[in-house]
Design a protein around this ligand. Structure first.
Ligand code: LLP
Length: 404
């Protein structure tokens, strides 16, 4: 995205033109950014060519998943719905891993039928259930076990998953117990140790600690794993001041790990693949002066983009048409929803805005549309994929008749 003649432009089209044609709010994604992210990710870890399974939960648009599949990625799914979606998008079942703490018997049964690569289990009870279902189908199923490495990912508390107080994975003792159980079970074949310590990780240290913990367990245990699934979590640069995860460093920690352990690496990235490809464009409905600040009331709300309300997450917010006239007042960008948490960002410095101006909320490709809802009975926005000067509707704006 860049300004051309003061107009914010995605690939070769400016947002104003898109808004004129499709209305607001809308999500738009840049194909070239998506391609660039996947190419970068692959080349950063090319020394050990991992299996890269896109975390579908970060974005469930089937057209985007098809593009991601064409660029060579598999899928990490966490529900039968996501599994159906990944299969419908044409992802090879042998490139699909199924994570999650509470898979139902129906979900396990479906995953077994579809012959996916791995079911990554998160408790002994789940493994017993997989074993029972596999036995009834006279099959042996490849599984992984998610270890909780008790590692602080040093990210937002709400998106941290690898500490012992988090519900995810099993502790070391249970892990050993599970390995023994699997050795004696005919219908589950334990192939993978998996970990995922959290999301939006910017610091390499938590990953290094996680690798040390996994390495220690693999050295202690008398068991050969074919895969180690390191999950996702690679953070992106939401603000100009924040850093980005250092892939080079992460790659060299993994290479060191692989010198000791002959396993194939799986990754489950979501945000790092799709996060910075997406923008939410919204229109200023009203401007309300409250004395100390001005409320910029937008036509997008927390139902369209939940991250600020849910985690206090901040997304870069830009004017679609640039001017040099600055406001003297603080602007608080809010949506029309009847909740005080329905606000996106408060900015002390911004260009002077007027009603009907367009605003771009950046880096919303991951956990933007996928966390959206119909709260206040608001239809979900249209999603557009931009390739050069071409714009393709990849999900229609919901109609009132669909939601009433
Ligand atoms: N694998 C597992 C098992 C996960 O639970 C997740 C994310 C991922 C992979 C992908 O993580 P990523 O590469 O996208 O960080 N809604 C929150 C993020 C929740 C992440 C949940 N799990 C947000 O908007 O920040």
């Amino acid at each position: 995205m860049k300004y051309i003649n003061k107009k914010l432009t995605i690939e070769k089209v400016n947002f104003q033109k898109i808004a004129n044609k499709f209305g607001t709010p809308f999500y738009s994604y840049s194909y070239s950014k998506l391609k660039e992210n996947i190419t970068n990710f692959k080349s950063s870890f090319k020394t050990f060519s991992p299996l890269i399974c896109f975390a579908i939960k970060s974005n469930t648009n089937i057209n985007l998943i098809r593009e991601i599949r064409k660029l060579g990625l598999g899928a990490d799914v966490v529900s039968i719905g996501e599994l159906m979606l990944a299969l419908k998008a044409g992802i090879n079942p042998k490139k699909i891993v199924f994570s999650g703490v509470g898979k139902t018997s129906t979900e396990i049964s479906f995953a077994i039928e579809k012959k996916i690569l791995l079911i990554n289990a998160e408790s002994l009870s789940e493994i017993k259930e997989i074993n029972r279902i596999a036995k009834s189908k006279n099959r042996t199923i490849k599984i992984g076990v998610r270890l909780n490495p008790n590692t602080d990912a040093k990210t937002l508390n709400q998106i941290s998953t690898g500490k012992k107080e988090n519900k995810f994975g099993v502790n070391k003792n249970t892990f050993y117990q599970i390995v023994n159980y699997c050795k004696n079970s005919k219908n589950v074949d334990l192939k993978c140790l998996s970990v995922h310590i959290g999301s939006q990780i910017l610091d390499n240290k938590p990953y290094e600690k996680m690798l040390r913990t996994v390495s220690k367990i693999l050295s202690e245990i008398n068991y050969e794993f074919e895969f180690v699934d390191l999950g996702g979590g690679m953070g992106i640069k939401y603000s100009n001041s924040s850093k980005k995860l250092n892939y080079k460093k992460y790659n060299s920690s993994i290479c060191k790990f692989l010198d000791k352990h002959k396993v194939k690496i799986i990754f489950e990235p979501g945000r790092s693949i799709i996060g910075d490809t997406g923008t939410l464009v919204t229109k200023v409905i009203y401007i309300k002066d409250s004395g100390r600040k001005k409320f910029i009331i937008l036509d997008a709300a927390m139902n369209d983009l939940m991250r600020p309300a849910l985690y206090g997450a901040l997304h870069k917010t830009l004017p679609v048409t640039k001017s040099n006239l600055m406001t003297k007042k603080t602007y608080e960008f809010v949506g029309p929803i009847c909740e005080s948490t329905d606000k996106f960002i408060t900015l002390k410095r911004f260009q002077k805005l007027k009603e009907k101006d367009l605003i771009a909320i950046c880096d919303v490709g991951a956990y933007g549309m996928s966390l959206s809802s119909n709260y206040n009975l608001r239809p979900r926005p249209v999603e557009l994929l931009v390739k050069g000067s071409k714009i393709k509707v990849i999900r229609k704006r919901q109609k009132y008749k669909d939601i009433i």
